[in-house]
Write a protein that binds this ligand. Structure first.
Ligand code: ZN
Length: 314
């Protein structure tokens, strides 16, 4: 079978306060807000997309800020992405140490089990975030005066997920998701999609036989999405996953890509999303994220939707 999965596409989390989320991902981490829209399945809630200039697949973190909407606080545990790592130049670790200290964000400064320098901290909702220093990552970062190119985040580095029965997840990753085992240390198996474990294409399975299952809610990752190049590749993945007996959704129109979803054997919600058409489909690249964008089918309700969303600045 030809490789269909090109790497990670995005990570999506259920978070608390919209403004605190923007302050963290835009203000502190220096990501670009590439789309301000609503949760297509619940248009009373924002959906923020953060990434590099164009929000290229593999650089995208997305959040649903559910504060005040009656959503319970989630429980971290097995069967969900627990840590989302971003890639920064290894030479920029001192810059990020100083930036986190200045912002008053407590962090743990310790190498990953695979030897990379890393800083671990929580986002305002309690999501576990890690900056991993890497020697080479040729993705073009979003920059701004206080975070120049030599220091800026390149995109997502990896996701780490505790699983109770790793073997079944390994079989899916290596058999269907074009992943190759790259390394193993301290009860963590690292897989590279498409061969080498390059930043933006790394999945870590954390062996966690005795860990209770996580429950989605505020402060937890909802799903991780993998990238395919075309709608045809997506339909082929859908057929092949269904042939394995997995429950895979129909193709859903997410405006900036199309998606299918399924739960992998340990319960982690996986999405397979197309790389095109991208975020410039409904506003110019230069002003991505400036205005609230709604999918065409919600435009008739714009006034009502805008009235209920909290005002935010960024
Ligand atoms: Zn998604």
């Amino acid at each position: 079978m030809d490789a269909l999965i090109r790497g990670l596409h995005h990570v999506t989390a259920t978070v608390t306060d919209a403004q605190a989320d923007l302050d963290f991902y835009v203000g502190l981490l220096g990501q670009r807000l590439v789309k301000k829209t609503v949760n297509f399945d619940n248009p009373g809630v924002y959906h923020f997309y953060y990434g590099n200039e164009a929000g290229e697949p593999g650089t995208i973190m997305t959040t649903f800020p559910y504060a005040g909407m009656g959503v319970r606080v989630g429980t971290k545990g097995a069967g969900q992405v627990e840590t989302t790592s971003f890639s920064v130049p290894a030479a920029a670790m001192d810059f990020w140490r100083a930036r986190l200290r200045t912002a008053g964000v407590p962090f743990t400064d310790a190498p990953t089990p695979f030897g990379e320098p890393s800083l671990r901290f929580d986002d305002p909702s309690g999501l576990r975030i890690r900056l991993v220093g890497v020697a080479a990552d040729d993705r073009t970062p979003w920059t701004r005066p206080d975070i120049p190119a030599g220091q800026a985040i390149r995109g997502i580095h990896s996701v780490a997920m505790p699983v109770r029965l790793p073997a079944a997840s390994v079989t899916l990753l290596t058999g269907m998701m074009d992943a190759v085992k790259a390394d193993e240390a301290a009860g963590i198996e690292r897989f590279g999609i498409g061969g080498a474990a390059r930043p933006g294409a790394i999945v870590e399975l954390v062996h966690a036989a005795d860990t209770a299952p996580g429950v989605n809610g505020l402060g937890t990752v909802h799903h991780v999405a993998f990238a395919v190049a075309t709608p045809e590749d997506q339909r082929r993945m859908q057929r092949e996953l269904r042939a394995m007996g997995l429950q895979v959704t129909d193709v859903m129109d997410r405006q900036y890509f199309t998606s299918i979803y399924f739960r992998e054997p340990n319960g982690v919600l996986y999405e397979i999303a197309t790389m095109p058409p991208g975020f410039a489909i409904d506003e110019p690249l230069a002003t991505l994220g400036r205005d609230l964008k709604l999918p065409p089918w919600e435009e008739t309700r714009r006034a009502l939707i805008e009235q209920h969303l909290p005002p935010v600045t960024y």
